[in-house]
Design a protein around this ligand. Structure first.
Ligand code: HEC
Ligand code: HEC
Ligand code: HEC
Ligand code: HEC
Length: 138
């Protein structure tokens, strides 16, 4: 009887671990819906927030956009927690650290421009395509 109790306990603990792991992993999966990039580090925001779709960028490797550098190498891997870009890139440049606005533009707009030059399917490069004109009622 005692033995059986332990087996059941082991099973319960095992299942709980699996659930916790699955939830943690699912939380780090790419959102399947549009997200809105609206960082809160700017003293005064000049442009409207930007809608970004992971599904539309599914052919690009996660680690091409998400990173965490150690000794100059990107050590971030798919499944790990994703920090906001603004956790590291701030409103103003800090040493070698790109400021947030430039970090986004260097990632997003640069790629769209390069693909456009190569005449491949690409995303927008015009300001208002990413930052729609502000609603007058605001
Ligand atoms: C491919 C999409 C894209 C294009 C094209 C683009 N931006 Fe952005 N821009 C972004 C993203 C994403 C951010 C980050 C927003 C945030 O951090 O909340 C940003 C941030 C900014 C910011 C800093 C935040 C603010 O609102 O003050 C400014 C200013 C800005 N963009 C201006 C421009 C201008 C001007 C153009 C055209 C020359 C342009 N952007 C084109 C995506 C784009
Ligand atoms: C083209 C660039 C790009 C690619 C590719 C990309 N992401 Fe993202 N991801 C972003 C940006 C930008 C954000 C928003 C960051 C911010 O708000 O500071 C984000 C946010 C996230 C978030 C947080 C979502 C939230 O609601 O807070 C997760 C989780 C995530 N990405 C996972 C992934 C995974 C997993 C992959 C690969 C399957 C992936 N991303 C591919 C650019 C990308
Ligand atoms: C954990 C901190 C951290 C986060 C989060 C982070 N970055 Fe960075 N980023 C860095 C560091 C450090 C560098 C400088 C790397 C180097 O060149 O040695 C960098 C460099 C960059 C560069 C220069 C080229 C490159 O890719 O190395 C771009 C563009 C950039 N980041 C955009 C982003 C965007 C967009 C996000 C959010 C999707 C983001 N970063 C999130 C720390 C971070
Ligand atoms: C490595 C290349 C690459 C990077 C980095 C990248 N994009 Fe794109 N983007 C694309 C491609 C390719 C498409 C066209 C996808 C399609 O039409 O299927 C696209 C399409 C888009 C579209 C149009 C989506 C639609 O609904 O038609 C928007 C908006 C966009 N990107 C915003 C962004 C923003 C914001 C970032 C930075 C956070 C970003 N992209 C980073 C390659 C990239």
């Amino acid at each position: 009887m005692k033995h059986r109790g332990r087996v059941i306990l082991a099973l319960v603990v095992g299942v709980a671990c699996l659930v916790a792991f699955t939830l943690a992993y699912a939380a780090n999966k790419a959102p399947d819906k549009d997200i809105t990039i609206d960082s809160k580090v700017y003293e005064k925001k000049k442009k409207t927030p930007v809608v970004f779709s992971h599904p539309k960028h599914k052919d690009i490797k996660c680690a091409d956009c998400h990173h965490e550098y150690k000794d100059g190498k990107n050590v971030w891997q798919e499944g790990q927690e994703v920090k906001k870009c603004s956790a590291c890139h701030k409103e103003k440049e800090e040493g070698d650290m790109l400021k947030l606005e430039k970090a986004f533009h260097d990632q997003c707009v640069k790629c769209h421009k390069e693909l456009k030059k190569e005449k491949k399917k690409t995303g927008p490069t015009a300001c208002t395509k990413c930052h729609p004109k502000a609603d007058k009622s605001e």
